[in-house]
Structures are given as C-alpha cells and as structure tokens.
Design a protein around this ligand. Structure first.
Ligand code: SF4
Ligand code: SF4
Length: 402
C-alpha cells in the first residue's frame, strides 16, 4: 500500500480509504441490511493489506454502518490498526443540544473512546452558517481539546466560493471533496483542492468514479479512446489513477463491496504515485473528458464564470444534472437536481431555473457561448416537473421540523 502524509505531520494515511456507505448487502432490500459476514471479511482483508482509514457517517445504511463497524470491525486488535472517520449530520441538526447528543451516540455506536477523523457532513455555505450559529466552533475546539476527536474536517457539496469561505473560517485539519475526471471544476473542484492544500489541509477525495458511472456501462465512444491507449487499464483504473496522480490528494475513498474491485483498488492504490502518469496517459484522460463534454447535452465545463446569478440559480449545477440525465441515469440526475436546487442550497431556499429574471449576465460571461436561458427550457422539461418540486418542498418542511 502507498501512504501519503497528512500535511504538517508524519502521520501516514493509506492512499485508499474504505468507504462504508455501500457495504456488502444481504439482498433483503433494506438499506440497513448489511451482510455482516461478507462485509467483515472484506474490510478486514483491506486493513490487512494496508488500508488504514474507514469512512462512515451517521446516516449510512440507515444508521447501521456505524453500529456495524463498532460491533464487528473495531475489535480483535483492528481498532489499533485503522483510523475511523465519521460525520456529524449537520443537515438534520437545528438545535445546539443535538450536536453533543449525536456525537455521544456516535461514540457509543462505534464503541470507541475517540474518533480519529471527525467531519461536519455535507457542508455548503448555508449549512456552515447554521452550524456556526449553533456554536459548532467552540464545540469542535472542545472535543479536540478533550481528545475525543483527533482530526477535525468537513465534507463539502456547495459552491467554490462557499468552500473557500469555510476553509478560511476554522483551523481545519482536512476536507473531503467530490473530484473525478468529469467534475474537475465542479463544486470545490481542482481550484478548491489546490487552495485547501496550500492552507495545509489534508484532502480526501470522494466520488472518484462519480457513483460508479465512470466505471460501469460507459459510452462506446469513451471506451474507444481508452482502448486506443498503450496503457491497458479499465475505466475505473483510469479514473482512480488520475485522482491519485494529483500530489495534493491525500487519499481517495472507494465504497467497496465486491472482492474483485477491492483487489483491483488495493493494487491501483499501491501503484499510483503522485505525478506518476505519463504525458500520453494524461492526454487520454483529456480526450476522454473532451469526449464526455461533446456527448453532453450542454457543453458546460463547470468553470463558474457565469456565477453568481443574481437570483441564486446554480447554473453549472443545472447543466451538470441535465447532462447526467442524458448520458447516465435519469433517476439519479433528477434526485441530484431536486436535492441541490430545491433543498440543499447556500441560502436554504429553492432556486429553480424558472426563477431566472432574464438579465442575460451569465450569457455574456460564458466562455463556451452557451445560451443559458434557452438551455434552461430543457432543464425545466426533464428535471423540474411538478413531482420534483413537490418532493423538494416536502423535504424542506421535513428538515425544518427536525
Ligand atoms: S439570465 Fe437568468 S440565469 Fe442568467 S444570470 Fe440572469 S437571472 Fe441568472
Ligand atoms: S460560464 Fe458557461 S461553461 Fe462556465 S459554468 Fe457557466 S454556463 Fe458553464
């Protein structure tokens, strides 16, 4: 296994972390139905082969992921071999006392005295402001001082500007961001990664395969580009190698439940050193990215030059969802659009493309010459039907009450 240093320390993290969101399931259809026997063998096999980081969170597997780790994994000497990372579910917290309550519950479920890496889960600008108003900063200082948490960080799904603001608002040890060959400029993106690293934060990458999309049933044109390369790698290997090629990336997370994938990922993480990709391999990735952009409904690169929109529409986010709808899974594109347009936004309000006031500012700024307002009609047709909007309204009311 390859290890990378946490910035400013000699602490070494394995280049591959085990994501515990999609553990082996016993097939009974419930989210919480972890196949405990299979998942235990798989996780311990990964630890025995050098993985020293398990990433879980309060809601994973309907709350069963943390309990599973506490009950099955973090014993028999394995607690000492591995860092445990879990997350405070900021999106369901509206009262200060809930913070301590949930944190204590997590320690209990994991059956540990301290958490190695603790994250505020899924921050954006709005959630961060809410957590600050609930005195999260003194809380984080206190749990670190009490040594109940060793490293403090946050996972992020918001705009680049919000990311920079959050990085600058606390003395974080690390952050966790979405990054893959298509999302190079989405959310925090490469600019955010470089900024976090320049501030001494460890950078943990999630969604390197974009939820499996970049490794599964990929478009024929993309497969042809990969096949024409001298490097005979699977699409998953290309995607993981590209992330690990970045020297500012401390670790890549993979949610694993298949023996073959675990073996493949362990090998890739051992081999993929920073700056190890050859020029022709980087060119292949660039060709793949360009082909994906070509296949997309809208040629939006996610650069964000059109932002901010005066009425708060996430323009690159809307186009990303539209492209995902056309190229990949319609259902997950709708779900993502509903979540990040209708529920989890920087100011907590929905910002549908129909709210556009026709100022035209974005179109003047777009280097790709995209007719934003015309493309919005497709977003409205495919992603903003009454069902999506209604569900988003219901979810906002639900979160307000809890
Ligand atoms: S034209 Fe619409 S989407 Fe573009 S900046 Fe103005 S309000 Fe926002
Ligand atoms: S400026 Fe154009 S390419 Fe860049 S994010 Fe906005 S719409 Fe996309």
């Amino acid at each position: 296994m390859q290890y990378r240093n946490m910035p400013g320390s000699d602490e070494k993290l394995s280049a591959l972390g085990f994501g515990c969101m999609r553990l082996a399931s016993n097939g009974k259809g419930l989210l919480s139905s972890i196949d405990t026997e299979k998942a235990t063998v798989q996780i311990r096999h990964a630890i025995d082969n050098g993985v020293n980081y398990l990433d879980t969170a309060y809601p994973y597997h309907n709350g069963a992921s943390e309990s599973f780790l506490g009950e099955y994994i973090l014993k028999d000497g394995y607690r000492e071999k591995v860092n445990i990372a879990t997350k405070l579910p900021c999106f369901i917290i509206n009262k200060q006392q809930k913070i301590e309550e949930i944190f204590n519950k997590q320690l209990e479920k994991l059956n540990v005295d301290f958490i190695d890496y603790y994250l505020l889960h899924s921050l954006d600008g709005h959630t961060w402001d809410k957590m600050v108003s609930l005195d999260i900063i003194p809380f984080m200082d206190r749990i670190k001082a009490e040594k109940r948490v060793h490293r403090m960080g946050f996972s992020f799904h918001g705009t680049y500007d919000a990311f920079i603001r959050i990085v600058d608002s606390y003395d974080w040890d690390f952050c966790q961001v979405q990054y893959n060959i298509i999302d190079e400029n989405f959310q925090a993106g490469i600019r955010g990664i470089n900024y976090a690293a320049s501030k001494g934060l460890g950078v943990i990458v999630m969604e390197p395969l974009k939820g499996g999309i970049l490794a599964g049933n990929i478009p024929k044109d993309i497969q042809e580009i990969y096949s024409s390369s001298k490097s005979n790698w699977s699409p998953a290997e290309w995607a993981l190698r590209w992330v690990l090629d970045n020297p500012n990336v401390t670790m890549v997370l993979s949610g694993m439940n298949d023996d073959k994938h675990i073996a493949e990922n362990l090998r890739i993480a051992s081999e993929s050193l920073p700056n190890s990709m050859k020029e022709h391999e980087r060119k292949t990735i660039s060709d793949v990215r360009n082909k994906y952009l070509e296949l997309m409904e809208v040629g939006c690169t996610g650069c964000g030059y059109c932002m901010p929109c005066p009425v708060g529409i996430n323009i690159p986010g809307a186009f990303k969802d539209l492209n995902n709808y056309k190229m990949f899974s319609k259902a997950s594109a709708k779900l993502s659009h509903m979540a990040y347009t209708g529920i989890i936004t920087d100011d907590g309000k929905s910002h549908w493309t129909k709210d556009c006031i026709d100022c035209g500012k974005c179109e003047k700024a777009c280097p790709q010459g995209i007719e934003v307002r015309r493309e919005f009609l497709k977003v409205q047709k495919h992603l903003e039907g009454p069902c999506v909007k209604g569900l988003a309204r219901f979810a906002r009311l639900f979160f307000k009450k809890h």
